[in-house]
Structure formats: structure tokens, C-alpha cells
Design a protein. Structure first.
Ligand SMILES: [Zn+2]
Length: 79
């Protein structure tokens, strides 16, 4: 039955494409905007796109549901 619904399949494909584009947006444009709230250092994408790392204070901010969580309380510090 699902094969007879090509529109639906295209829709779900479009959704994953949007997620991919969003990840790419984090990688390029957003990274220029995002900075560590503690020391204002620009962050870099780490852990296969699931975290944003500050090169200065080494805090790693999580990305939850494709949304960067730039909160000091949510960050983990990597050695
Ligand atoms: Zn920092």
C-alpha cells in the first residue's frame, strides 16, 4: 500500500533533507554566529554533529533535536 503513495514517500524524504540542511547550516553559517557563552570564543562542531566545542574553555555544548543548547549549565567539560 505504501508503494502506491509516492507523495508520502517524497514528503518523508523532504523531511530528512531538511534535517540534513539544518546540520549543514550549523556547520557553516550558524557556527559563525554561535559562540561560547562563557568566554565568547567561536565553537566548532564535534562528536559527529552532536556537540559544539569551545576551543578555549573546552566546554562542549550539546545539540538536542538539532538545536544547539548554548547554556553553561548544559555543557560538559572535556579534558
Ligand atoms: Zn568557552
Amino acid at each position: 500500500m505504501k508503494i502506491l503513495l509516492p507523495d508520502r514517500r517524497e514528503t518523508s524524504f523532504g523531511c530528512s533533507a531538511i534535517v540534513k540542511n539544518w546540520t549543514m547550516a550549523i556547520d557553516s553559517e550558524l557556527l559563525e554566529i554561535l559562540a561560547c557563552p562563557a568566554c565568547k570564543t567561536p565553537v566548532t562542531l564535534v562528536n559527529e554533529g552532536t556537540g559544539l566545542r569551545c576551543g578555549d574553555c573546552r566546554r562542549v555544548f550539546p545539540i538536542k533535536d538539532d538545536i544547539p543548547v548554548m547554556l553553561i549549565d548544559e555543557a560538559t567539560v572535556e579534558p
